[in-house]
Design a protein around this ligand. Structure first.
Ligand SMILES: [Cu+2]
Length: 166
């Protein structure tokens, strides 16, 4: 009798769980994160590493931690941040990036970024790179991004400065 009751409860719970599978409580964290404007920097000749940037938007009402990254174009990928010690910029590895509930985390030059270390192929403008992001709950997301030329960015900045100086 007890056994039958338990089985019924179990079956009911399973039914409820599948009915609620789209609720925020049970959704995979990767599904709650939207990625916008991802790109990788073109690697200068001889460089041992490149970096990937993007904006991560968290649509859930829980903070979500990005804990790991990997890529198809380099042996390893590390989460890095920049610190400014009396004007000296340094990079260091961190164990996670936190994306605040209903907020965003920006990975951008001079700030947090994903370091692509020991590339296994040239990372050149016009190519695409895939970076896989893994979140605290183990769910993951693949992000395809273009490679952007550093020269073009520098020249764009130059044009910009030029315009403002005259
Ligand atoms: Cu770095």
């Amino acid at each position: 009798m007890n056994f039958r009751l338990n089985t019924t409860t179990y079956a009911l719970t399973l039914g409820l769980l599948s009915a609620l599978s789209s609720s925020p409580l049970l959704a995979a964290q990767a599904d709650d994160i939207q990625v916008s404007d991802p790109f990788t920097r073109e690697m200068p000749p001889g460089a041992f590493a490149s970096a990937a940037f993007m904006t991560l938007t968290n649509q859930s009402d829980q903070n979500i931690q990005l804990v790991k990254a990997s890529t198809n174009v380099a042996k390893s990928a590390e989460l890095h941040t920049h610190t400014n010690n009396n004007g000296v910029m340094r990079m260091r590895q961190v164990s996670f990036f936190e994306i605040p509930a209903k907020g965003e985390a920006k990975l951008q030059p001079g700030g947090n970024h994903i370091m692509l270390i020991s590339p296994t192929q040239p990372i050149q403008a016009g190519h695409n790179v895939t970076v896989t992001l893994t979140f605290k709950d183990g769910s993951s997301k693949q992000v395809d991004m273009p490679v952007k030329s550093i020269m073009k960015q520098v020249m764009k900045q130059h044009d910009h400065d030029h315009k403002h100086h005259h």
